[in-house]
Design a protein around this ligand. Structure first.
Ligand code: HEM
Length: 265
């Protein structure tokens, strides 16, 4: 067996083990359905009594792989870049921590408080602008298109590099490379001067990211919980090298020093 086949089989076994746990819970009477979360919907479709509608095992595994990779690497690298930018911008770190403590104190974040996190939202957008995890949007040109002087012939694949547009000085100003969350003080529409094509870190159109709200919510939760517990400073060993490795990621990782805010934490 080729190594790639071995790895694909390993991933399939791993997914099917999780599916089996769901099935067992239902069969043993511990649960009254396969569940109504995303995995539950997939397992339901996998057991559809109508053979024509039934999801194959291959499709079930593929769906899980898509969500795992699309959801894991992206949020992982976004969190890493936010930690770096807070470590290097102590004023924003303090401001964000004050907001978190004002809203949650030392309690775990809840949905009501999450919707009130204005500074954290601005920090997330500005980090997505500078280091948006998406490498660009792939599109197939199905028919010849003329965009002013540019002609795109039919049947070519193009990569729309949103990160280039997010660093466009005409749109964002001469300080385009600086971390300035205040750009988003009055929301994305105002920051982009109502130009939807200026900031589309989650894509555009009908195939834009289905996990956008989930990604922003989980990022708010994680950053709030870190700020409640630690101060963050950059380690002198850090070397700045953003690289497109599936997502835009820090090539050598991000080394920071965390100091506990509570003696017993
Ligand atoms: C910071 C985090 C994230 C970023 C920046 C991001 C960005 C993107 C982008 C740019 C696309 C392509 C959109 C297009 O082609 O127009 C996409 C698609 C997708 N994303 Fe995300 N994503 C993130 C998090 C997530 C999460 C957490 C999930 C799932 C839990 C997810 C699931 C997906 C899926 C399934 C697609 C394909 C949608 C389709 O083709 O219809 N993403 N994402």
């Amino acid at each position: 067996m080729l190594k790639s086949e071995e790895l694909a089989k390993g991933i399939q076994d791993c997914v099917m083990k999780i599916v089996k746990q769901r099935e067992d819970k239902f069969v043993n009477g511990e649960a009254d359905s396969f569940g109504n979360d995303f995995l539950g919907l997939l397992v339901n479709a996998y057991h559809d009594s109508d053979e024509n509608n039934r999801l194959s095992m291959e499709d079930l595994v593929d769906e899980c792989k898509t969500f795992y990779f699309a959801g894991q690497e992206t949020v992982n690298s976004l969190l890493a870049w936010i930690v770096l930018l807070l470590a290097t911008h102590g004023d924003w770190q303090d401001k964000a921590r004050r907001e978190v403590i004002d809203i949650f104190g030392n309690r775990n974040p809840d949905s009501k408080g999450i919707s009130k996190l204005k500074t954290i939202t601005m920090i997330i957008y500005e980090t997505l602008r500078l280091y948006g995890p998406s490498n660009g949007l792939q599109r197939r040109v199905t028919r010849k298109v003329q965009l002013e002087k540019l002609v795109l012939p039919a049947n070519i694949d193009i990569l729309v590099q949103n990160i280039a547009l997010h660093h466009e000085p005409h749109q964002w100003g001469d300080d385009v490379h600086l971390f300035k969350p205040e750009r988003f003080e009055e929301g994305i529409a105002k920051a982009t001067n109502y130009n939807a094509a200026a900031f589309f870190t989650f894509g555009l159109g009908p195939r834009s990211c289905i996990g956008m709200s989930f990604a922003i919510t989980e990022t708010k939760v994680a950053i709030s919980m870190i700020l409640q517990r630690y101060t963050i400073t950059l380690s002198p060993t850090y070397v700045h090298s953003p690289m497109p490795i599936l997502a835009i990621r820090p090539q050598h990782g991000i080394q920071v020093i965390l100091e506990s805010l509570h003696n017993n934490a």
